[in-house]
Ligand binder design. Structure first.
Ligand SMILES: [Zn+2]
Length: 170
């Protein structure tokens, strides 16, 4: 019985992060408005150049839209003060003040740095989700859900491998 409860808990917990019932969020308009306000320098590289720059795991996540296994990423339970930059192009994406423990196995943020993230509809795996992408290098970061527990109501579910943490200088 205990084993059954554990399996049930794991399924619920996993589904919580791949929520199919969450209403689709229309970020395209917001994204375009923010891009106008914030001039984003586009980083364009060939796939060969990316393969040189990134390690195998980073390439799989950032360039091939992969997902790291839950609870394995180095930033999942990381709560130092600083900024989380894109692992592909170093663009600052999230402040540590926006990070919270969602218990879903991936680093979670309730807010991104203005204009640094783009949104795209993702219909893969029979789910309707909103993908989050680095506005600068178009690297895949993860997905966003509108079931966040904080005031913004948002949960940016991000792969650790898409991020590079820069500690705040004292
Ligand atoms: Zn980037």
């Amino acid at each position: 019985m205990k084993k059954f409860i554990l399996i049930f808990y794991l399924i619920v917990n996993f589904c919580g992060c791949q929520n199919t019932t969450t209403k689709q969020i229309d970020f395209n308009k917001t994204s375009q408005e923010m891009s106008k306000k914030t001039k984003i320098k586009k980083i364009i590289k060939t796939e060969t150049e990316w393969k040189v720059l990134l390690n195998e795991d980073e390439y799989r996540i950032l360039r091939e839209k992969g997902t790291e296994a839950p609870h394995t990423g180095i930033y999942n339970l990381h709560f130092e003060n600083g900024t989380y930059n894109c692992a592909g192009c170093n663009s600052a994406l999230f402040e540590s003040s926006a990070k919270f423990d969602s218990n879903c196995g991936w680093p979670s943020f309730d807010k991104s740095i203005d204009g640094k993230i783009s949104y795209s509809i993702d219909k893969s795996f029979g789910m309707l989700r909103t993908e989050i992408i680095c506005s600068s290098c178009d690297g895949h970061l993860g997905h966003i859900f509108n079931d966040g527990p904080t005031q913004t109501g948002m949960r940016y579910c991000v792969n650790s491998l898409s991020l590079d943490f820069k500690k705040e200088k004292n």
